[in-house]
Design a protein around this ligand. Sequence first.
Ligand SMILES: Cc1ncc(COP(=O)(O)O)c(C=O)c1O
Length: 289
Amino acid sequence: MVFLNGKFVPIDEARVSVLDRGFIFGDGVYELVPVYSRVPFRLDEHLARLARSLAEARIRNPHSRAQWRKFIYQLLDAQPFDDQGVYFQVTRGVAQRDHAFPKNAEPTVFMMSNPLVNPPPPQVEAGAAAVSAQDNRWLRCDIKSISLIGNVLLRQLSAEADAAETILFRDGRLTEASASNVFIVARGLILSPPKSSLILPGITYDVVVELARANHMPLEFRDVTEAEVRAADEIWVTSSSKEVLAIVSLDGRKVGEGRPGPVFRRMYALYQEFKRKVMRAGKREALSA
Ligand SMILES: Cc1ncc(COP(=O)(O)O)c(C=O)c1O
């Protein structure tokens, strides 16, 4: 079952007009929430980011926070698997093609949930390869827009090199990767670019930062040069589906020792422990409700 404009329908029966501005212009925004054992992870933060993306794109938020929560729970309850990735998007709606906003269009809301695919344990253990590219996307990468052709073209570079991600540099500085945020470790210090309009404010990035702070792991936000990335002891990518993943080669050259480093291993363990805590708390809530 998927959700389309207030109704739950089988995916084969979900229909959207070819005049939907999502189809015509990529005029919409989206979210992806990971769900572990039927407990959504950081749902309120994802809903807050959706509200922000909608406001920045000047699309009316069609639902209250409570309605979003209700629909998402109904959708995930309707799936036969426990670990899910709930995808939802809102477009500016259906209208005669014209760049300017339509006067009376209703936003189109679509949600689906698929089995969650996290990196398999051998990849977590061994780390992954990445390539690099110039970040040639637009300057509002803080909006989680469905117009992803820039990210798609960049991701394809790593796919064709059999690598897991494409790490991006703009004007000689690290921004993020094609579908994840990036951290480096240099002499024990965790570094990442500060939030700005050039990167997506990742929910997983926030979790990693909270865990680092709570566990007194040294961390700094500042511009990170391309040279610093290439000389880093460790590189990590973070996202809702990748969680925290070590990058052990960049453009065919080893990162550090060429295997996941000690700071990564500590952060990965903290992340898994935190997830388990959230799942247990979520289950208790559901049982007492
Ligand atoms: C470009 C980009 N940056 C960062 C992220 C990580 O965001 P999150 O941790 O909220 O999944 C994503 C996730 O899809 C992304 O597409």
